[in-house]
Design a protein around this ligand. Structure first.
Ligand SMILES: [Ca+2]
Ligand SMILES: [Ca+2]
Ligand SMILES: [Ca+2]
Ligand SMILES: [Ca+2]
Length: 323
């Protein structure tokens, strides 16, 4: 249940924590930001973007003019993590960043691009997760703290800054997406050890006893939840690196399907690049620096090579955890 308790943590450390070592024994990768979309120019076509954490530079292409843009955001040793979504409700994705060592959020809203807003919410090891609790598809900052399994959520129409909600624990990953289709974000946990998704739904007051628990996937899978059939409900989808296959479980009727697409070391995400309401499957190959895209409707594939620095990553794929 949600308890109204204030949580604001500010810890000042300066350890570069954006880990990019793919040679570790285990990589638990989590591409959760796909379901927020990535459309900077607001033409309903997804814009591809790549983030270089070493230089805090964003490389992106806008669909409205097909031009490439390079934008350096920060001149500091600190690492910043893109947490892109539409925070001001103008249907254009905003450049919002989270600084994991200090818990600082810096927001360049499309409605006020020259005036970055700065807020503190979070501490070391927290996960920044945008959330929309009032059904407007306008997102607010929120976070999930794995050690204690706790969400800090905004409180709509209240002067209470944050409320807390218990869900999940240290070995889990968390995401927020609209699973039940009422327009409001639901709170989700992915437990990779057992392959369970736990969803506390807005339509049942986020009551954990009336939530969903669904087994779909296993350890090493990479989850990419998004609405893949355009019915307004986020579908439970993961990509399995071993067999390079996407495993779909649709929210509406729990039907499943599989699509083999991608290469073993790719990073999976999804984004509606054609504007038909159905996200394309998108793979980023870090070594070749290439996009490989599958249109689920037409089964056409596209490939693009980008000139970006080594170690750059898709801006709307969050790597939540390495072990
Ligand atoms: Ca666009
Ligand atoms: Ca916006
Ligand atoms: Ca919902
Ligand atoms: Ca769906």
């Amino acid at each position: 249940m949600i308890k109204p308790v204030l949580v604001l943590s500010l810890l000042l450390f300066s350890l570069p924590t954006f880990l990019l070592d793919f040679k570790k024994d285990k990589l638990v990768m989590f591409a959760s930001l796909s379901n927020y979309g990535c459309d900077f120019d607001g033409d309903k076509l997804g814009d591809l973007s790549i983030w270089d954490p070493k230089t805090s530079t964003l490389y992106f292409q806008l669909t409205s003019d097909n031009k490439f843009y390079v934008k350096k955001f920060f001149d500091t040793e600190l690492s910043f993590q893109p947490v892109f979504a539409d925070y001001d409700g103008d249907h254009r994705t905003d450049f919002v960043f989270y600084q994991p060592d200090t818990g600082q959020w810096i927001s360049y809203l499309t409605s006020a691009p020259g005036l970055p807003q700065k807020t503190f919410l979070g501490a070391v090891n927290d996960y920044p997760i945008p959330i929309s609790l009032n059904g407007s598809k306008k997102y607010d900052i929120a976070l999930w703290r794995p050690g204690v399994g706790l969400w800090a959520l905004p409180v709509p129409n209240s002067d209470k800054p944050y409320s807390l909600h218990n869900q999940g624990g240290a070995s889990d990953s968390a995401f927020a997406a609209d699973y039940d289709g009422d327009g409001k974000s639901d709170l989700g946990i992915w437990r990779s050890e057992t392959g369970y998704w736990y969803i506390d739904k807005s339509s049942t007051g986020y009551d954990p006893n009336r939530g969903e628990s669904i087994q779909h996937g296993k350890d090493w899978d990479v989850i990419v939840p998004n609405d893949y059939d355009g019915d307004g409900r986020c579908d439970l989808v993961f990509w399995r690196p071993q067999d390079q296959t996407w495993y779909f479980l649709y929210a509406a009727n729990r039907s499943t399907t599989q699509v083999q697409f991608g290469g073993k070391n790719d990073i999976p995400l999804s984004c509606d690049l054609t504007g038909d309401g159905i996200p394309e499957l998108v793979m980023w190959n870090m070594s070749k620096k290439s996009w490989n895209i599958l249109d689920l409707k037409t089964r056409q594939t596209f490939s693009y090579k980008w000139e970006v620095p080594d170690g750059s990553l898709p801006a709307n794929a969050v790597l939540q955890k390495f072990e």
